[in-house]
Design a protein around this ligand. Sequence first.
Ligand SMILES: C[S@@+](CC[C@H](N)C(=O)[O-])C[C@H]1O[C@@H](n2cnc3c(N)ncnc32)[C@H](O)[C@@H]1O
Length: 402
Amino acid sequence: MHAQVRHRRLIREHGHGIVHTAYHTARGIWETLIYRGWGVPCALARDMRLPAWFGHQDWAGDPRDPVHQAATYPEVITLTGLLVSPHWRPFAMSASAADHDRFRAEFQRRLPPDYRDLANASLQLRAAVGGASVTRWYRPAVEVVHQRGCPASGEMTAAGLRRRMKDQFIYTSDDVLRMLDALLAGIGTAWWDQFFADQSRPCPFFTDRPDENLAAWFGEGQLTAGRVLELGCGHGRNAAYLAGLGCDVLAVDFSAEAIERARKRARPVSGSADFRCCSIFDADFAEESYDLVYDSGCFHHVAPHRRKDYVDLVRKALKPGGSYGLVCFRPQGGSGYTDLQVYQRASLGGGLGYSADRLRALWDKPPFSLRGLRQMNKASGQEPYFGEDYLWVRLATKEGAA
Ligand SMILES: C[S@@+](CC[C@H](N)C(=O)[O-])C[C@H]1O[C@@H](n2cnc3c(N)ncnc32)[C@H](O)[C@@H]1O
């Protein structure tokens, strides 16, 4: 809990962008130290990684959950504190080894006594905070733009909520849904535009590689080329791959920045890729006309009160016998928020994790039947595919003639 309070305080004092990036930088340095085993004393053996979204919005993961424990480790806390500091940050970002040594000495000084060996023993820390990596990770110019009325911490104050909801009058159930949309409006197109604008941020899906499961499904003959609707296509890596396989793809995303990048992605294709910039809920498409609806990483950003609309959208878009492929957060990858917490905190905390049971409850009932649900295979970096093991990979079929 202390880590969360501290995280919120840092955000209040320095803003989301800096805290988010400082955590990412600390995470990168920390992973380098831990995973490469560089000078890490045995007593400090660590086995968990900070989740990739850490420092994202208003982190409030349960520190008893081992996935979040890393956020409470003194070395991560200390590194983050140094990296948000306007005084110490330049030392880490500098190209000079002497500056890195000063940064390292300060890191060592601030660590609790039991942990000093970490900074002491690891001469490689100098390399880990080396200019190239830190300047690549750290981009202070990119600040997340928040809607007026949405406090930086993401906690909804009564005043913020009143401003956001000004004259809303609730009568129908649609009014309630719109009210909840307004409550969560901070993480919309502007947020994603900022996100895609900074391509130097350490984001696993900022890659050209398509999802490993797509290659597997096509390779195994579970899918064949046809008409595809992609939901939340981002910068188009999967749409481009599918078009290359001969599919005719309509790819939708509400981030103009992402769509612009997707359109620029020139690839030899035997099919076609048409990119539309709009919310998936506003997309205009012919009903029952797609062989495949594909979503990699969008569904877990859909608010709980819009889940049913999402399922209806997929059902409407698919031909009878069509397939629905999904890549989404496992509980380990998501924010850990319950649905109730999403509305209490006015945030999805960076995306919701789903248990296998919940995915089955949504997608293994008429008109859908589940064809496969598995953990995504983590890519080693050698193969030309994307894969992260904190994600699910799931394929379902809509009933009816193929
Ligand atoms: C985690 S990113 C994944 C991007 C891409 N599918 C990939 O894997 O590279 C989620 C994407 O969903 C988009 N998104 C989220 N909610 C959306 C909505 N309601 N309508 C359209 N796009 C949405 C975001 O703009 C973002 O590009």
